[in-house]
Design a binder for this molecule. Sequence first.
Ligand code: ZN
Length: 405
Amino acid sequence: MTEIRKKALQIIKSTKVDFENPHPDIFIAKTLIANASWINTTEGTVLIDTLLTPDAAQIMQKKITETSGVIKYIIYTHHHNDHLGGASVFENDKPEIIAHRYLPDQVEKYQILKRHRARIASIQFNIPFDPERSINYVKPTKTYDKEMAFSLGDKTFELYHALGETQDATWIYIPELETAFVGDLIIAGFPNIGNPFKPTRFALPWAKALEKIRAKKPKMLIAHGGRAVYMNEEVDDLLKVTIEAIHSVHDQVVDYINQDIPIDEMIHLVKLPEHLKNNQYLSFIYSRIEFAVYNIYRWYHGYFDHNPANLLPRPQSEVNTEIFNLIGDSARIIKRSEKLLDDGKAQLAIQVLDILLKYDPDNIRARKLHLKILTKLGDDDFCLMSANTWVYFMEQDRKFLEAGV
Ligand SMILES: [Zn+2]
């Protein structure tokens, strides 16, 4: 098993939970995939997010019992499973569960797309395909629209709706602690604005939400993906550069759309500004800039790229077969694809090879080369989502080749 697949399985299956306690009243449970936080007040405890699974949540619950009181409220920052999945563990506390009003619809959407969701999860996270994987979902008892606030003991909890990774995002500000809890609006790297497997995400409203958080001048910021705690001047630095990066990528895409640059050219043109390129808060560990470009483009642009050949195209397999028949020579395509790979053009190599593979998917030599190209793409990759994708398809090739032996 490859290292990255091992890491992906670890991320999903691991019940390892670490804890942080950056303030006497703030606790954080950290897992590889997501974090959750709880805040003690003089009249009980408020939990923000619940981790991915009941198993992980039980470990967190043990710590809550040691450090805190009864859970009076749970706040979901958004509907992703790694934030909802552990809630059932706390049902005996009978907490009020608060979420944005769009959250229940989002969870329902997962149900109707269960098979598709299982397939894309198996590629994105490199985990086994399991269409029956269930969601441990406890419905909110209360939802809100734009913003809401409540007090518990000595603390005030201000909840604000944001459009970001999802349309049901909530961030929370506690003025007494001067602390913002931002869910996945911050993920220890360039924000996850574009995901090749998922529906379009928000870019400009994401930046606006971060601007609103920044305007509160928080002394501490707690994120629920990757690194959890940011303190003092780090908070403003982090928010400032993330906001600037989103605006920059967004504006470049808009400019290119206005110039009628096709999307397959645009993804290679958009870059972070020079002074942000190596910024510690903008690494492409999870997402990458090409994904953000596709995402912003899809937000503003229809599918038609202004080439009449692509308005109502024939299936790619049919077109590639026509091209293959003109070439009429598998060996030539393989040779050219090998040359491109040797020249360091792995992406072009895989697209050229596809002319043969769409025509003859069982061609052993082609599948071996396909595996070799994917291995190169995987080896050179730095981003978890794209690296997992190459690895997933490497395994498909491997299975095919082993079956044929
Ligand atoms: Zn999320």
